[in-house]
Design a protein around this ligand. Sequence first.
Ligand code: NAD
Length: 290
Amino acid sequence: MKIGFIGLGNMGRPMAENLAKAGHDVRGFDTVQVQPENVRMVRSAAEAATDAEVAITMLPNGEVLRAVADEVVPAMGREAVFLDCSTVDVDSARAVAAQAEAAGLLPLDAPVSGGVGGAQAGTLTFMVGGSEDGFGKVAQLFEVMGQKAVHCGPSGNGQAAKICNNMILGITMIGTCEAFALADRLGLDRQAMYDVVSTSSGQSWSLTTYCPAPGVGPASPADNDYAPGFAAELMLKDLRLAQLAAASAGADTPLGRAARDLYETFVEQEDGARRDFSAMLPRFEKRHRS
Ligand code: NAD
């Protein structure tokens, strides 16, 4: 397929490279200079999108997405797919989809889970909002970039699924870190704690796959001095998006709000800015009363 790929950062670059490696004709644009393998770089987002069957965006936030959409949408032909894989607020996703639809395009919001490792390995999970037609047209691209794509309903529902998932993730990570810190204080061995909880009702992905305690469970950022991984800053971004969505939908999310507040303090006032989101565990340990 002829693909325009806009936003070739940590995630976009390996995704575009995987598409090119699979034989697709990929033109790329980014505001900073990058040279992904086998991707022809061009001078504007509009140039990348012109004549493309699919324009893919992988951008930092909704504001940038809206600005890029203003350039890309008029450059594309009818029935082409506008596939946004960034994590953005639900309102921006729906506004851009409406704009694209009005121009005769098939818009999809398809945020991903799986991180940079998943982008490189082509094992991302896509959560997709938009039409069945659009989904069908790009299903083969999801197969190249990922291992699973779930069609979640109309435009915006992909973003909704993503922020709900990550709100659970933030909450369970905080809960798991609190519990490990408490177990330490109670004199419970961390391995024993892991062995019990990973096979009991307190278990979650945060414990069994991404254990925040170093030396326990499968390898995780905790074993690498909490280098990200999934940065606390990105978790904060997603928890903020969840609160924006909750406010706009009138949903009551007290633990999501508390998780947002805690990551905000961690990132903005403590040493969390460049650490993995599981570094909540050493944070709690540091704050124990002596
Ligand atoms: P990144 O900052 O590395 O990449 C974003 C890229 O967009 C940069 O290269 C930047 O130069 C480019 N850009 C900014 N404005 C632009 C414009 N107007 N036109 C063209 N390019 C522009 O970020 P990332 O880690 O690749 O994340 C991208 C998106 O994926 C974000 O929405 C993020 O929340 C989401 N995401 C990231 C991860 C992760 O682990 N990094 C995981 C899941 C989802």
